[in-house]
Design a protein around this ligand. Structure first.
Ligand SMILES: Nc1ncnc2c1ncn2[C@@H]1O[C@H](COP(=O)(O)OP(=O)(O)O)[C@@H](O)[C@H]1O
Ligand SMILES: [Mg+2]
Length: 239
């Protein structure tokens, strides 16, 4: 169980997140939706203890998540990553092992095998020696997915993984998400798509600074909730 209680964030006096509380059962794929500036990214970062002015608490299996950071893989928005940094696909994925085992221990054989398996699983083994700056958006997203797999995290946070990726990559990512669920991983995925892709999620969290709604797609995507979150019916695509 992943529990969030009264999570609030203030940036220079402005409330970005207001007393958000929810609980997610282990092994669920949860979509986080809401308008631009709703605090979606802030919420994930605050859950990880990466935001200075946050209050409230987050627990995983009854213990503070902050004390179990190694169990969480966090894949930030693509625009927040320095793609000019000169490093290879292999090195980025190996970072997942470093996050798990700590620096300076050298790369164990097990780590190398896990990196290899992760690259193969997301279909980018052939790109292992490429510089990350040379990859397409979809390939870059898969690199970070592979890094999360190599980390063997129990909880995975993805901030808009589908932005700028092609349909094929989107399908591959959702397939991997469902396999991770079978391994009892808990996934929180920020998406700005209110359309058909929402069918993939077990639960949705609709955010607009405060928690507007939490539940199944049918429960969350209602005209009333969309009005509350977006202020108008923009994007309402119930199919
Ligand atoms: N580091 C920061 N300093 C000050 N304000 C911020 C910072 N990060 C985000 N904000 C503000 O907090 C609000 C929520 O932002 P964000 O979490 O990025 O929303 P979302 O991911 O839903 O688009 C926005 O009004 C944004 O401008
Ligand atoms: Mg964001």
């Amino acid at each position: 169980m992943l529990e969030v209680e009264n999570l609030s964030v203030r940036y220079r006096g402005n409330e970005a997140l207001e007393k958000v509380s929810f609980a997610i059962a282990t092994g669920q794929l949860v979509g986080v939706i809401g308008p631009n500036g709703a605090g979606k990214s802030t919420m994930l970062k605050a859950m990880l203890g990466l935001v200075a002015n946050s209050t409230g608490w987050v627990k995983f299996c009854g213990k503070p998540l902050k004390q179990q950071r190694g169990k969480v893989a966090y894949i930030p928005q693509r625009s927040h990553i320095d793609w000019d940094y000169p490093t290879t696909v292999w090195n980025v994925v190996m970072m997942g092992r470093t996050l798990k085992t700590g620096l300076f221990r050298g790369y164990s054989r097990q780590s190398k095998e896990l990196v290899e398996a992760a690259l193969e699983r997301v279909g980018i083994w052939n790109l292992r020696d490429r510089q990350i700056g040379q990859l397409s958006g979809g390939q870059q997203q898969r690199v970070f997915l592979a890094r999360a797999l190599a980390q063997e995290a129990d909880i995975l946070f993805f901030d808009e993984p589908f932005t700028g990726v092609d349909i094929k990559t989107e399908e591959i990512i959702f397939e991997i998400f469902s396999k991770l669920k079978l391994e009892n991983k808990t996934l929180l995925v920020i998406s700005h798509d209110l359309g058909d892709t929402l069918r993939h999620y077990d639960q949705l969290i609709l955010l607009n600074k405060y928690l507007v709604a939490l539940g199944s797609r049918e429960e969350v995507i209602t005209p009333g909730n969309i009005q509350k979150a977006y202020g108008h019916n923009f994007g309402l695509a119930i199919s």
